[in-house]
Design a protein around this ligand. Structure first.
Ligand code: SF4
Ligand code: SF4
Length: 319
């Protein structure tokens, strides 16, 4: 759990001590819904934007054209919420209570349950409204749903650092966390950013089956199985088929290799429990209507059944 405290800094705030004691009630709300949280002051994030532009210029984004749009918007959250002052960043642990057996077509752990975007955003909206009842503010909530550099803001909010595989690493939760963002016009006391603790470790680079992780936190999307099995249209590239083995949807290999996940613990969020029977689905025979019924709220809808079946047809059995 985070030791963060919501604390108002706005010079316009009247009765700051009274407000802060009222806001402190929300600390427990945040801690109930999320596993860690912190506050970042809104400021330019030039370094990350420069890196993003370089990544795009080198074509590392592959077919993900949406990454090339709104780059300047990503640099400035005030474009999303005028007069925004602070970002309340939250982490929701999704480390599974039970892992899928290795011999089955592998689904990334984040996709075991229902789509996290809605779950995280609705919790954040509830908290934002409760803050509103203490001190009026304008706000916006996001979870992978807007051009916000969530990992960069999570670092600024003291929630971890960005590892060599590009994932946020939290020293108590590891890497299996969803990141949510609550942008507010309130000027809140910020947390201190956390220093990078990867040290000389290169385990994620070594564990990546396709060599998609370059030095210096650069991921070449075209070689990454998460991109290949979710975002890319059609089958995965032929040259990666043997390396991908029984990876069906997404990939957790670089996360599983991260030594900080020895501190991870299974989540205790009932809403993240796996969809009934998801591990046993027969991807050869499942019909579209059954897929849409059983996986109606699954993140696997992003790729769609046609793409999943195409990928399944390439899987090397028992590997
Ligand atoms: S998600 Fe898989 S393929 Fe992509 S960088 Fe990590 S280990 Fe490599
Ligand atoms: S595996 Fe090692 S290098 Fe990669 S993110 Fe974890 S600590 Fe950092």
């Amino acid at each position: 759990m985070s030791n963060s405290q919501l604390s108002i800094l706005s010079p316009k705030a009247q009765r700051p001590s009274v407000l802060n004691s009222q806001l402190s009630i929300l600390n427990s709300q945040l801690s109930t819904h999320f596993d860690a949280w912190g506050v970042a002051r809104i400021e330019p994030i030039e370094e990350e934007i420069v890196r993003l532009k370089e990544w795009i210029e080198r074509g590392h984004h592959a077919e993900m054209q949406y990454m090339t749009r709104n780059v300047e918007l990503r640099a400035n959250p005030c474009e999303l919420l005028p007069n925004a002052q602070s970002m309340i960043m939250v982490l929701m642990n999704y480390y599974p209570q039970e892992w899928q057996p290795n011999n089955l077509p592998q689904i990334a752990a984040y996709a075991y349950g229902n789509d996290y975007h809605h779950i995280v955003k609705s919790k954040l909206a509830q908290i934002a409204e409760e803050i509103n009842s203490v001190i009026p503010h304008k706000y916006a909530v996001f979870c992978d749903s807007a051009p916000v550099m969530e990992r960069a803001w999570a670092v600024r909010a003291g929630l971890g650092w960005i590892g060599r595989n590009g994932m946020l690493v939290n020293p108590k939760l590891g890497t299996f966390t969803f990141i949510g963002t609550l942008i507010t016009t309130l000027k809140l006391e910020p947390n201190k950013p956390m220093l990078n603790r990867c040290g000389k470790c290169r385990k994620c680079i070594e564990a990546c089956p396709t060599g998609a992780i370059y030095e210096n936190k650069t991921i070449y999307a075209r070689r990454c199985l998460s991109y290949q099995t979710i975002e890319k249209h059609g089958k995965i590239d032929e040259e990666l088929v043997d390396l991908a083995k029984n990876t069906l949807y997404g990939c957790d290999k670089c996360q599983l290799a991260c030594p900080w996940n020895r501190f991870a613990h299974p989540h205790n969020h009932p809403e993240l429990k796996p969809i009934d029977g998801i591990f046993e689905i027969d991807w050869t025979t499942i019909s579209r209507s059954e897929f849409n019924k059983r996986l109606k709220f699954s993140p696997m809808q992003r790729a769609g059944l046609k793409k999943i079946k195409e990928r399944y047809s390439q899987i090397r059995p028992n590997t």
